[in-house]
Design a protein around this ligand. Structure first.
Ligand code: PEP
Length: 246
């Protein structure tokens, strides 16, 4: 049995004082048998690193540039994230795909840039409600993952994958454990065709995971943990989810 991975995505929430309280709450509630990560807004990475010194909670970012360095105003490189001690970076979150028009190709390039600096990309894939209703779920998630497999080739085994149905993110709607498992199985099989490491790879589920539905989701054979948004902002809820990931 592999250790589960639980990742908190703070999105664009927080302040220095709110973060300090949240991290203090997590430190008090842990440690857990799951691997636990918080992905925080860029300006708070350094302070989060300090607050988590000596703790078993890792930290990361929510995006990175596909470029190494250069005249890219406003962008943050994966080299900078590595420099700050980030172990993980989320790439291809549906909010970035939707609001910043990130293509499958760009997401794959970001994943490659992260890996080049030893930062593990958490690559998000997922269908919209319209795509699910049109019976396109498999086609969409397989296309999104295929772009990453194509670019990373033999390095694909180094990523973490997150299945996040867009219709379940921040909506309170959750994929049922069976619905989520079915898509995770499809993704696992696609990875198996690309790498011998597929069975050891982590495929996270994200989309309105809460303390009361986490255990059932995490009990599915191909769900290796969760990517948690809203519930990651409350120490009690996030730690309950981490506890559910035994
Ligand atoms: C997310 O932001 O990745 C997410 C899954 O959000 P929520 O848990 O709030 O649905």
């Amino acid at each position: 049995m592999h250790k589960k991975l639980v990742v908190g995505n703070w999105k664009m929430y927080g302040s220095r004082s709110a973060n300090a309280l949240l991290l203090a709450g997590l430190k008090e509630a842990g440690p857990w048998s799951a691997e636990v990560v918080v992905c925080v807004p860029f300006p708070y990475i350094a302070e989060t690193a300090l607050a988590l010194t000596g703790q078993s909670i890792a930290f990361g970012a929510q995006d990175c540039s596909a470029h190494e360095a250069g005249a890219f105003t406003g962008e943050v490189s994966s080299m900078m994230l590595a420099d700050l001690g980030c172990r993980y970076v989320i790439v291809g979150h549906s909010e970035r795909r939707a609001h910043h028009h990130e293509s499958d190709q760009l997401v794959a390039e970001k994943a490659r840039a992260a890996l080049a600096h030893g930062v593990t990309p958490i690559v998000c894939v997922g269908e919209t409600l319209a795509e699910r209703e049109a019976g396109q779920t498999e086609t969409v998630v397989k296309r999104q993952l295929a772009a990453v497999i194509h670019l990373l080739t033999h390095c694909i085994g180094e990523i973490v994958l997150a299945y996040e149905p867009v219709w379940a993110i921040g909506t309170g709607l959750t994929a049922s454990p069976e619905q989520a498992q079915a898509v995770h199985k499809v993704l696992r099989m696609q990875l198996q065709a690309a790498t011998k490491k597929a069975d050891a790879m982590k495929i996270l589920y994200g989309g309105s995971v809460k303390p009361d539905n986490a255990a059932q989701l995490f009990a599915q054979p191909d769900i290796d943990g969760g990517l948690i948004g809203g519930a990651a902002l409350k120490a009690a809820d996030f730690s309950a989810i981490c506890r559910a990931a035994m």
